[in-house]
Design a protein around this ligand. Structure first.
Ligand SMILES: [Zn+2]
Length: 129
């Protein structure tokens, strides 16, 4: 994948980003927000409900609680949390974004291969702050 697109929401950074960079759209900070152990995901996004965790990330069955989770999975949780919040554009003003709508978010997700409509049922299961 093109390393200028946010793995979480698909926002185009327009330049290559790396650890410590924060997405203006979904607000994820690379190598920080996406750096999670299984037990942190279980608590933060699943309210310690192991069944929820299994539904969203069956790959984590049998993984130790203290193990750091692969980024493609942590990005999934960040993405679902963003969808659950209604896909807000965090720093729209700074990026000169006006009239950001869910339609724009859908297009952005399409670019990185995710269908908004299929994310919603899972997003509704998770807990987000
Ligand atoms: Zn993003």
């Amino acid at each position: 994948m093109n390393m200028t697109l946010c793995y979480v929401c698909g926002w185009n950074f327009k330049e290559t980003y790396s650890g410590g960079d924060i997405c203006s759209c979904c607000g994820s900070e690379y190598d920080f927000s996406d750096c999670l152990e299984k037990e942190e995901i279980l608590e933060k996004y699943c309210g310690n409900d192991k069944e929820k965790l299994h539904i969203i990330a069956p790959e984590l069955d049998g993984v130790d609680d203290e193990e750091e989770v692969a980024r493609d999975i942590t990005w999934r949780f960040l993405r679902l949390a963003w969808v659950k919040k209604g896909c807000p554009f965090k720093w729209a003003k700074e990026e000169g974004i006006e009239n950001w709508t869910i339609k724009d978010a859908k297009k952005q997700l399409d670019v990185i291969g995710y269908k908004y409509d299929s994310l919603v049922p899972l997003a509704n299961k998770i807990i987000s702050d």
